[in-house]
Design a protein around this ligand. Sequence first.
Ligand code: FAD
Length: 304
Amino acid sequence: MSKYGLSRRSDIGAKFKVSFEFFPPKTDEMEARLWDTVTRLEPLQPNFVSVTYGAGGSTRERTGRTIKRILTETSVQAAAHLTCIGASREEVDAVIQEFAALGIKRYVALRGDPASGVGKTYVPRPDGYQNGADLVAGLKAIADFDISVAAYPEKHPESPDFATDIEMLKRKVDNGATRAITQFFFDNDLYERYVERVRRAGIYIPIVPGIQPVHNFRQVANFASRAGAHVPEWLAERFDGLEDDPQTHALVASAVAAEQVLDLVERGVDDFHFYTMNRSDLVVAICHMIGIRAPASAQGSAAA
Ligand code: FAD
């Protein structure tokens, strides 16, 4: 048994938990693709799925509509991401009431990035929720929602040091968050060290690793540099020269993600959050490898 409470690779097939993140589609075509993805992932019986929310409220209607459809047409629990940046408390509370009327009881509570860009100076609105922790308190004041928050194995780009970063996580937990989902990372040692720091700070909620399958290396590297996530040299090396070879790129991406997840399993992790980019293939493959599979009846209907 490892220090994380789970066992070694021989336990593959034990009960792992997974959650899947989607973004709200902008067009009918994107909606059809998302729905194909949801249909393919639902039989894997995720713990929950979540739908992102544009900082500043740009996706308010689409996020709500997407979750409503998931709640109505599937048996999956769905969480709304919610950001507070650039809005007053009153405006954010109105979104929460609107989402509550749609039946939404789970949230991923976030501050959001400044419109000027990640890492730019953040100036909270005096009449707004000040940060992620403050938003958690606001949600809890409205109802006893299930609340996840963000965590950063490489620390948030705005945090001067890990102590400040983890102090913010602690405030989120003190205010009622019961799960943290991490920013994606590619070096599992960073995650392991971070979890050790968090536990030393007396925080005991699950720190669920956010796994980013590399559907498009250039896009992921670009996003990583904005989010303060390190892209190791070996990763760039693996995708080097595959820009115009999508088939090999997909095979490499599958191998990379599988390696990362299986290594985390070795380290005792039993809960994974996948940034799906509204695609199912890589996620289904990785889940298959850790023993999460659609029941035979669902596989039959997918093939029909
Ligand atoms: P906080 O925890 O409030 O702050 C982050 C760090 O900034 C803190 O650790 C603290 O050190 C520092 N800080 C906070 N307040 C101040 C202050 N007043 N002065 C100085 N420093 C301060 N973004 C979206 O827009 N939509 C989404 O749907 C979305 N989903 C996400 C899901 C996950 C799992 C993750 C990891 C991120 C997601 N993000 C999303 C990105 C997120 O909004 C950004 O990372 C944002 O910059 C920080 O949000 P937070 O809730 O972690 O902020």
